[in-house]
Design a protein around this ligand. Structure first.
Ligand code: UDP
Length: 472
């Protein structure tokens, strides 16, 4: 008698921190949800090398394997350069990625570890085809809100024309079925600032287009796991009925996360220990945002004037932020040391947000940051820039009332010190700020319920795993 086959999930992700983190977390959640399951986690080779030591295979008991795929380049994804360079990278990523992942699936089967389900994040539209060609089911792992999924879906299914017509008029109000009216400026920037072939992010726009085409090829319906929990976007879920949508989030770390960035100083946790509950302003703009020139000075100035202690992340690659040359983290840290704050190059954000001393998160509203903040009950000041961040900031402020959105200067996109101070007060001060804090605390409880035994996300993940098992 042959042994019962074990579910084996191949989790594929684009090599960006904001994609790797939720993918790796999901990989671990899948292992926890099914004790007999196997998981292979795979991202492009350069990112893999940056995160994992040579020979690091996984979790020791063989259930988790870490395998790189080739994107056809030596150095991997780089965000700088021009549209042609980014386009060339994406073309290489798609062609080599598709070939390399196909070979990986075949090789895994050949050595007796056949893949039974492929799970892939946003920018790998070919992953579903690779799986289908081998008779393996696949699921898209959508790592942004359902509202953003709904907008992309409507854009690529009939409403693209009206968006294109009004994309430059940020205050133009658009109506999408199943969604509240929204301003063009709140739409994902890849739909309003990347549709022209000369736009820097055009190759990302076409990748999204290919992704939605790929979903359309799935029969009877594409499966989409979303990194939200049902209660957070209950009304919006009906707007994505074209897919079989399973909210399974927020998918949080279980233990240490591997990251593309290294921490220069771990003492910030001890520093937080010395601060009263709810007193510290935490500032971080994710893994990609490069602050405009003069932004760090404005930030430190505004934080200092707020009179509150602060922990501020200034990544080293933010050179333009403080000086033309030199080390942005060091320069900002030197300025902060004379005052009431700590500046680090990178921190363990989930741990920071879970610390009782943190009372506010000044964030670019990357979806992981928003989810991590909601899960910790920390109110936000949103400073959105691109991609889904405007929409996320709108949801934070208007739908969930767990934060406020700050205005940046129209000319240079800089968040001014006075605006920062005012917004921080709106979530940390007296009066209406208490309402934001109450709301944040309520959503924190809702997260715990959704993730707990029998909660909505727990049930949905179990249903996904059992569904995957039933088709082996
Ligand atoms: N992050 C972190 N330490 C930092 C800054 C960011 O661990 O100092 C993590 C953060 O917890 C989140 C990810 O980096 O998981 C950033 O993802 P997000 O979607 O918020 O933004 P992106 O980097 O994609 O713009």
């Amino acid at each position: 008698m042959s042994p019962t086959p074990r579910p084996h999930f191949l989790v594929l992700t684009f090599p960006l921190q904001g994609h790797i983190a939720p993918a790796l977390r999901l990989a671990r959640r899948l292992l926890a949800a099914a004790p007999d399951a196997l998981v292979t986690f795979s991202t492009a080779a350069a990112a893999h090398r940056r995160m994992f030591a040579e020979g690091e295979g996984g979790d020791g008991d063989g259930r988790l394997e870490l395998l790189p795929f080739s994107d056809g380049t030596e150095n991997g994804f780089v965000t700088r350069g021009d549209a042609a360079e980014l386009g060339a990278y994406m073309a290489s990523f798609h062609a080599s990625g598709r070939r390399s992942v196909g070979e990986m699936v075949d090789a895994l089967a050949a050595r007796g570890r056949p893949v039974s389900s492929v799970v892939y994040t946003l920018l790998l539209p070919w992953a579903a085809d690779v799986a289908r060609d081998r008779g393996v089911p696949s699921a898209l792992y959508w790592i942004q809100p359902v509202a953003v999924l709904a907008i992309y879906c409507h854009y690529f299914h009939g409403l693209g024309g009206v968006v294109d017509e009004h994309r430059r008029d940020h205050s133009f109000v658009l109506e999408f079925p199943g969604l509240p009216p929204m301003a063009a400026g709140d739409l994902p920037s890849f739909l309003t600032e990347a549709t022209d072939p000369s736009d820097y992010f055009h190759s990302i726009f076409t990748t999204f287009r290919d992704l939605f085409d790929a979903l359309d090829r799935e029969t009877p319906k594409a499966t989409v796991l979303v990194n939200v929990f049902q209660e957070l976007e209950a009304d919006t879920l009906a707007a994505v009925g074209a897919y079989d949508v399973l909210p399974i989030g927020p998918v949080l770390p279980s233990g240490d996360d591997a990251a593309l960035f290294k921490q220069n100083d771990a003492k910030y946790m001890e520093w937080l220990d010395t601060k009263p509950a709810g007193s510290v302003v935490y500032v971080a703009f994710g893994s990609l945002t490069v602050m405009a020139k003069g932004q760090v000075d404005e930030l430190l100035h505004g934080l200092e004037e707020s009179g509150r202690p602060y922990l501020c992340v200034v990544r080293k690659d933010n050179k333009a932020a403080v000086a033309e040359t030199g080390d942005a983290t060091a320069a900002a840290a030197a300025a902060a040391a004379r005052r009431n704050g700590v500046v680090v190059e990178w921190c363990d954000q989930v741990r920071v947000l879970s610390h009782a001393a943190v009372g506010c998160f000044v964030t670019h509203c990357g979806w992981n940051s928003v989810l991590e903040s909601i899960a910790s009950g920390v109110p936000m000041v949103g400073v959105p820039r691109m991609s889904d961040q405007q929409m996320n900031a709108r949801l934070v402020e208007r739908d969930w009332r767990v934060g406020v959105r700050a205005e940046v200067d129209g000319g240079d996109g800089v968040l001014r010190a006075a605006e920062l101070r005012r917004r921080v007060e709106e979530v940390m001060g007296d009066g209406e700020a208490a309402e934001v804090r109450r709301s944040a605390a309520a959503w924190k409880r809702a997260v715990a319920e959704a993730l707990g035994k029998g909660g909505s996300s727990d049930r949905n993940l179990t249903a996904f795993v059992e569904g995957a098992r039933s088709v082996i």
